[in-house]
Design a protein around this ligand. Sequence first.
Ligand SMILES: N=c1c2ncn([C@@H]3O[C@H](COP(=O)(O)OP(=O)(O)OP(=O)(O)O)[C@@H](O)[C@H]3O)c2ncn1[C@@H]1O[C@H](COP(=O)(O)O)[C@@H](O)[C@H]1O
Length: 104
Amino acid sequence: MDALARLERTIARRRNADPDASYVARLHDRGLPVIARKVGEEGVEAAVAALSGSREELVGEAADVLFHLLVLLSARDIALADVLAELDRREGVSGLDEKASRSE
Ligand SMILES: N=c1c2ncn([C@@H]3O[C@H](COP(=O)(O)OP(=O)(O)OP(=O)(O)O)[C@@H](O)[C@H]3O)c2ncn1[C@@H]1O[C@H](COP(=O)(O)O)[C@@H](O)[C@H]1O
């Protein structure tokens, strides 16, 4: 989790850097549609790796998904904390906890 928070800060810092020197700046320069497409492509690559790639390939593709998703959130000015809060909220409303305690 710390790694994601650190990466979010790095992305925020690099967003307005020189596009020739920064991949993050280059993505932002190309705009939201390109970033969104990239997230989609990386998601498909992760799915393919899950089905037919090695463990290492899937780990690499998963890292690409998380990185590009953070770039997308940054481009829409959405904080990672907002996404984590949504996951926390779902944990609270999920029936999973209730089912687990019933089976104990
Ligand atoms: N995690 C990453 C990361 N993962 C992948 N990439 C870059 O993503 C690109 C991979 O592109 P692909 O092969 O998918 O596609 P491509 O054809 O090269 O590029 P596109 O035209 O599709 O965008 C490479 O240029 C990688 O360098 C990343 N670039 C940066 N980061 C992180 O972002 C930080 C800031 O990076 P800069 O903005 O470059 O300073 C870095 O310190 C890293 O922590």
